[in-house]
Design a protein around this ligand. Structure first.
Ligand code: GUN
Length: 280
């Protein structure tokens, strides 16, 4: 292995420790940051993500509530839950775990969350603020990637960042953050003509597609920083990213593993956003 390993687990633990100290300081002033998490149905991956989020809250002293709703819940009932949380002063942050069942309009649900409690950063007003470079909640995974790049001293100004994937959750907000930090940004997607050529131009390559083995060694510029946001299961049932890790390690300058890279940072950033919501 040539590439330096970017240890997201270590960075996330260190950030959680700092956040716990800030939560303590806030509690001393009588403010107890609170997060409400709504989970609908019985999606095993969602259950695991929510478990991790609640564990991070417990570790940092953030008070959390889990609201479990049946797969068949009506959109009206879900919106009523959100309205109640919007009015609850003990709840500073509200997160609705995605995906939602097909009979529910996910965007309508996300828009029902008060922007001041939108710790996932998925409300249109949060997305608009990010687009315009105004203060607002930044989605947790892109925020976590930016935190890792900063902590690792990866220069962005004038560098070519290539983002594979154009989702509202990762690709688009991350491209905007990289742009704000003066990178030259290319966004690639399923209709990109020559993905390998585009990827190979990257000083910073971000893979956020959700396809195991997508990024092969020949798609990586020697010395590039490779950030793997993918979470997939391989044929053996193991958790893998979008990057062919063993092969890309021989070429990249630095790389995040899966698991233990971006994932723990996403969870830590949720705590950071909740703390910010409580401080507002
Ligand atoms: N599902 C997968 N990732 C996320 C996330 O970051 N937030 C929410 N709410 N749901 C998700």
């Amino acid at each position: 292995m040539n590439a330096r390993l970017i240890d997201g687990k270590k960075h996330a633990a260190s950030l959680r420790a700092q956040l716990a100290a800030q939560v303590d300081a806030l509690a001393a002033r009588g403010i107890h940051p609170g997060l409400a998490v709504i989970i609908v149905g019985d999606h095993p991956a969602s259950r695991a993500y929510v478990r991790n989020k609640l564990a991070a809250c417990a570790e940092t002293g953030v008070r959390s509530t889990k609201i479990e709703l049946a797969e068949q819940v009506t959109q009206r009932a879900l919106l009523d839950e959100i309205a109640a949380l919007n009015h609850n002063p003990a709840v500073h942050g509200i997160l609705v775990q995605l995906p939602l069942p097909a009979h529910i309009d996910a965007q309508a649900v996300l828009e029902a969350i008060a922007p001041s409690k939108d710790v996932d950063g998925f409300h249109a007003s949060s997305a608009g603020a990010l687009l315009q470079g105004r203060p607002g909640f930044v989605p947790c995974t892109p925020a976590g990637v930016m935190y890792l790049l900063a902590q690792e001293g990866i220069a962005l100004a004038g560098q070519h960042a290539v983002v594979l994937g154009r989702s509202n959750v990762v690709g688009k907000p991350l491209a905007l953050l990289l742009l704000q930090n003066d990178a030259t940004v290319t966004i690639c997607h399923s209709r990109t003509k020559d993905l390998a050529t585009e990827a190979r131009r990257a000083d910073i390559l971000i893979a956020a597609v959700g396809r195991a083995g997508l990024v092969r060694a020949e798609m990586v510029k020697p010395g590039a920083c490779v950030i793997d946001v993918g979470i997939n299961r391989n044929a053996a049932g193991q958790l893998v990213g979008d990057v062919d890790f063993d092969a890309v390690c021989q070429v990249a300058g630095s790389i995040t593993p899966v698991p233990g890279g971006v994932g723990p940072m996403t969870v830590a950033m949720l705590v950071a956003n909740t703390l910010r919501a409580a401080q507002a």
